[in-house]
Ligand binder design. Structure first.
Ligand code: GLU
Ligand code: MG
Length: 448
């Protein structure tokens, strides 16, 4: 691998690249990185680059919590190893290349807090059972002029929602996104002006889970860089104001066996167990896929963000929106969209948890209840109770309780990482307890 890395570094240096960014995502969904000079890529691929092990217990506001017993002192180091097969030159930052990084112990052995390795393990376990997951993220974000303290006082576009006229205000930025995504090897399905204030959405094409998580990180970097070039800044935060529609990072997945999409033809098809597995674990799953204080603010009824535990066919209020195959679209098209998912989730952990619950649903041969076409948020409490529709955890404390109560989702992270993850959540919660809603929103706007 060092040979390949050194050869790649040589080519990049000739092309004018001076450094390579080694990136990973922490337990708050925040990308972190180290840049090494391009000549250092080969050595980094061999020995890694040292960083403190405390990144596992950073909270969303860069405070280090010593609340997890495995990482309770300032001592300790891990090595970041670039994944050279995924190295790209950054189109929007011409002198830099980018590679996702694995975190390993200083002796090269696996480090239990490495989120990317957690997903790799889950993918391998699913493969052993004959399953393959395909996954793609939809990214919603809000755009404002560079230097703007918020979104609402100076929105980057003023709508109308889904209108080409809204995007004309962002014309050069949009052109840069289309160019840079292609150049950075990120395939997108579409881009549009979304419903929320100054909101834009683009969706990434489905791929294997580890690539989908890598791509989600690279997509953020690509969008931030294009925004800077065009005098803009973007917010990926789950909410950009207390009232407005939030930014969902919906996760579309489908389960495959022997080249066949098991989600085609639901509910009567082989993939019913996958969707039923997601439904069974949804409260605990959401503690991983929408884990921040602003995440719980986003998950309100009536915002197409999801608030209740149920599934529906093309139901925009459902946390699990089944997107069926049709004669026009073919069997490959069928997938399920997880709506309680946002930028504050670590994408590797989110995908690992989704995969584990879906595959467990298959193993347990779970069956699906009937889909719901309405918005249960408009029902009476009695009607929801009669239909067995429960509220998704709506506070961080409820999320934590759901996580701890789920041996399956807890086991995905493993004892050590689960402890660090929960310590970060607790630290965030303490931080939020001393602040009002507006300050909480404002302090998360530019974190992701
Ligand atoms: N912005 C909504 C959310 O918070 C999603 C809107 C849509 O369905 O695309 O998830
Ligand atoms: Mg959307």
């Amino acid at each position: 691998m060092t040979k390949a890395a050194s050869a790649a570094a040589k080519d990049l240096a000739v092309a004018g690249v001076t450094g390579v960014e080694l990136a990973w995502a922490d337990n708050n969904g925040i990308p972190r990185s180290r840049i090494v000079p391009i000549k250092g890529l080969g050595p980094a691929a061999n020995h890694g680059v040292g960083v403190t092990s405390l990144f596992a217990v950073f909270d969303t506001h860069d405070a280090i919590t010593y609340g997890h017993s495995g990482l309770s002192t300032p001592s300790g180091d891990v090595r970041l190893i670039p994944v050279v097969e995924r190295l790209r030159r950054l189109s929007g930052q011409r002198t830099l290349a980018w590679a996702p990084a694995r975190q390993v112990a200083p002796d090269g052995s696996p480090w239990p807090y490495c989120q990317r390795s957690v997903l790799e393990r889950q993918v391998a376990e699913a493969a052993q059972q004959g399953y393959e997951l395909r996954a793609g993220y939809e990214l919603e974000f809000a755009v404002a002029p560079a230097g703007s303290p918020d979104i609402t006082s100076a929105p980057g576009h003023r709508g109308p929602a889904y209108s080409p006229h809204a995007l004309i205000e962002l014309d050069e930025f949009v052109a840069a996104l289309l160019h840079d995504f292609e150049a950075n090897g990120l395939a997108i399905n579409q881009l549009h002006a979304e419903y929320g204030p100054a909101q834009v959405e683009l969706s990434l094409q489905a791929t294997d889970p580890v690539s989908a998580a890598d791509d989600q990180l690279l997509a953020r970097q690509t969008i931030h860089a294009a925004a800077r070039t065009h005098g803009l800044r973007v917010s990926f935060a789950p909410v950009v104001s207390a009232e407005a529609v939030g930014n969902g990072w919906h996760l579309h997945t489908s389960l495959w066996r022997k080249g066949r999409n098991l989600l085609a033809g639901l509910p009567g098809s082989a993939g019913a167990g996958y969707l039923a597995g997601l439904l069974r674990d949804l409260p605990a799953l959401t503690a991983i896929t929408a884990p921040s204080v602003p995440s719980t603010m986003r998950l309100r009824p009536g915002y197409f963000a999801s608030a209740y535990v149920f599934w529906g066919v093309e139901n925009r209020e459902a946390p699990l929106r089944y997107v069926p195959d049709t004669e026009l679209l073919g069997a490959d098209h069928a997938n399920v969209e997880l709506k309680p998912s946002d930028a504050s989730a670590n994408p590797y952990l989110a995908l690992a948890a989704v995969l584990a619950s879906g595959v467990a649903g298959m193993a347990d041969e779970l069956t699906l209840p009937a889909p719901i076409a309405e918005d249960p948020g408009t029902w009476t409490e009695e009607r929801r109770a009669a239909a067995g529709v429960q509220r998704l955890p709506s506070t961080p404390a409820e999320q934590d309780a759901a996580l701890v109560a789920s041996p399956r989702i807890s086991a995905v992270l493993g004892h050590d990482l689960l402890g660090a993850f929960r310590a970060a959540r607790e630290s965030d919660l303490k931080w939020a307890a001393e602040r009002g809603t507006d300050e909480i929103v404002a302090e998360h706007l530019w974190r992701y």
